[in-house]
Design a protein around this ligand. Structure first.
Ligand code: ATP
Ligand code: MG
Length: 591
């Protein structure tokens, strides 16, 4: 197979893509350019992608990876991959491994290349975070509270009424003793928490003495049994960013209300610290800047890991990498290329305005890339037999076909032609309506790249179904043009019966048939598309039988198909990535 048949295997290009260079700056780039002009963070740019390893990454994460890595690239900065692994109940090594694979595949270079900042685990900072927490207790900025989670929520107050905790005035030395006991495992799950002493009356509820640590006797996939207290997201996240020297900590809009807390924690640590480290508390820690942007939300798609996990557990799909899943691994298996995903992420832009992204835009990015990268092939999904009455039995013509008209370097391939062929059942009608430009009795069509044929009749079974179409072929039209200049209206694809290989083709469609799954009934599973997968026995031209997992083709007139991991040598299984045109728009009358 030529190299171009493996668009996914081509390494990600280093520099920012062209689209990124010609567009105007997005609001984050404007902030960064202003920061650099002002000399903030010493002009450095250091970003990170901080997934929680509690599921597989999805296309929303792809946006975040491309954004963060793209900024490091654009400004000559660094990019970290960091596992925000502070919640051992839901986290697994399988997820860690899949995330590393997916970030790398997308081109996020955290461990090699000029922008590699490194691979980190939040759990590696637990000891340091613990020390900071003791410091806040000693500074009078945190206390151990014995309210249960239920009691805390009962006492959380209203916008007008402050929250309460009877433990707020606990002296620092007593909190310190209890906090150490929490760490030593002397208190059961849920019995004690460490809370920041901020403002029980704050209109922003995130500041009403948020929990920093909880007791949880649960082994951790990275630290094992070492800890039985775990830090909460808001406490941990800014410290992770600070310790790694992150300059611009980019997250999604729902964290806007958490930014005051992000800043409060770092300021609280820095209180009493100095730039040169003189004084009792030591040197100031780095204060990164949190910036929020709107989530990437495609139509016809469910994204949150919780909902994706539910579909995996309930068997709605065959796993996290089911080609219908919006996960990076599912999209890759389906045939999406990293380049197409990167381009889609750039094209949709980065804003602070929540909106849905038309899934068609993402599909079009895939079509555009595969149109250039994918070799062509012929396959028939629903075969109808055609016999060429005037073609000698046993005679084969070997035709030379262009592998990819968009890529002359891909060369040509041999395609056999013989007396018995298969065409697509849909390409024949016995009593066609007007404007049906395909095969019908008395009509002449072109067989793609081969010959003109004219239908002379049909053979039917007892039930009256057409089982065979009879044609004559004009040998003078070899290559697909008539020497007398006569034209035909239709061109259809075909395979030679004696040479075709029968394979399984999985025709994937959108997993949901509502633009916003769940909007109607509140349950996204009510909007599942019942025909999101149709499996057919397809016939392919012999050259395609050598396809290996990952090889991607355009099956002429049908769409893009990628050989699946379930393929056997010589017996590929093909996943339909996307049809050639947007059939959904057509169905809605928009085509
Ligand atoms: P989910 O709700 O799907 O589980 P999450 O936000 O909990 O997503 P994390 O693993 O915590 O997932 O997030 C890793 C990073 O990816 C975060 O910085 C988060 O803001 C970003 N992210 C998650 N979903 C999207 C999205 N739809 N668009 C852009 N960025 C996203
Ligand atoms: Mg999450």
């Amino acid at each position: 197979m030529p190299d171009a048949s493996r668009p996914n295997a081509v390494p990600a290009p280093g520099g920012p893509d062209k689209a990124a260079e010609t567009r105007s700056l997005n609001f984050i780039e404007q902030i960064i350019e202003a920061d650099r002009a002002a000399g903030k963070h010493g002009g450095r740019v250091h970003t990170r992608f901080p997934p929680e390893p509690n599921g597989y990454l999805h296309i929303g994460h792809a946006k975040s990876i491309c954004l963060n890595f793209g900024l490091a690239e654009r400004y000559g900065g660094k990019f970290n991959l960091r596992f925000d692994d502070t919640n051992p109940e839901k986290e697994e090594q399988e997820y860690v491994d899949s995330i590393i694979r997916d970030v790398t595949w997308l081109g996020g270079r955290f461990d090699s290349g000029p922008h590699a900042g490194g691979l980190y685990y939040a759990s590696d900072y637990f000891e340091q975070m613990y020390a900071f927490a003791e410091e806040l207790i000693r500074k009078g900025k945190a206390y151990v509270c014995a309210l249960t989670a239920d009691e805390v929520s009962k006492r959380r107050g209203t916008p007008q009424i402050p929250a309460t905790s009877p433990f707020r005035d606990r002296p620092a030395d007593e909190s310190l003793r209890l906090f150490r006991e929490m760490r030593e495992g002397k208190h059961p799950d849920g019995s004690l928490t460490l809370r920041a002493r901020i403002d029980l009356a704050s209109p922003n509820f995130n500041l009403r003495d948020p929990v920093m640590y909880r007791v949880l006797h649960e082994p951790h996939q990275h630290t094992g049994d070492k800890w039985c207290i775990y830090p909460m997201y808001d406490w941990a996240h800014g410290l992770e960013d600070s310790l790694e020297g992150i300059t611009h900590s980019i997250c999604t809009l729902e964290f806007e209300d958490h930014r005051p807390l992000y800043d409060w924690f770092i300021r609280a640590i820095n209180e009493g610290r100095t730039d040169d480290g003189s004084g009792p508390w030591g040197r100031k820690i780095h204060h990164p800047q949190q910036i929020e942007f709107a989530k990437f939300r495609p139509t016809y798609t469910v994204l949150s890991k919780r909902n994706l996990l539910k579909m995996v557990q309930q068997g709605v799909v065959k796993g996290w990498d089911d080609p219908r899943m919006p996960t990076i691994s599912g999209l890759r298996r389906r045939g999406y290329t990293a380049e197409a995903l990167r381009r889609a992420c750039t094209e949709v832009g980065t804003t602070k305005v929540e909106s849905f992204i038309d899934l068609t835009r993402i599909e079009n990015a895939v079509r555009d890339h595969l149109n250039k990268a994918a070799p062509r092939g012929m396959a028939v999904l629903r075969p109808l037999k055609v016999v060429l009455e005037n073609w000698p039995e046993g005679q084969t013509d070997e035709l030379d076909f262009v592998v990819n008209p968009e890529d002359p370097a891909a060369g040509t391939r041999k395609v056999p032609f013989s007396r018995v062929l298969y065409i697509e059942r849909d390409d024949f009608m016995e009593n066609p309506p007007k404007k049906f430009f395909r095969l019908a009795p008395g009509v002449e069509v072109r067989l793609r790249w081969a010959y003109f044929v004219t239908c002379t009749g049909v053979v039917k079974d007892a039930a009256g179904n057409v089982t065979e179409v009879r044609c004559t072929v004009d040998p003078a039209t070899r290559g697909g043009d008539a020497p007398d200049g006569r034209k035909v209206k239709g061109t259809i694809h075909w395979v030679s019966a004696a040479h075709a290989v029968e394979v399984e083709a999985r025709l994937y469609d959108r997993l949901f048939n509502a633009e916003q799954p769940g909007k109607r009934t509140g349950n996204y599973l009510d909007d599942l598309n019942p025909t999101s997968l149709e499996t057919v026995r397809a016939l392919i031209e012999p050259a395609l039988a050598a396809a290996k997992p990952g090889d991607t083709f355009q099956f002429e007139r049908l769409g893009y198909f990628r050989a699946d991991e379930d393929s056997q040598p010589g017996r590929p299984v093909f996943n339909r990535t996307v049809t050639l045109r947007d059939t959904w728009a057509k169905a809605a009358g928009a085509d």
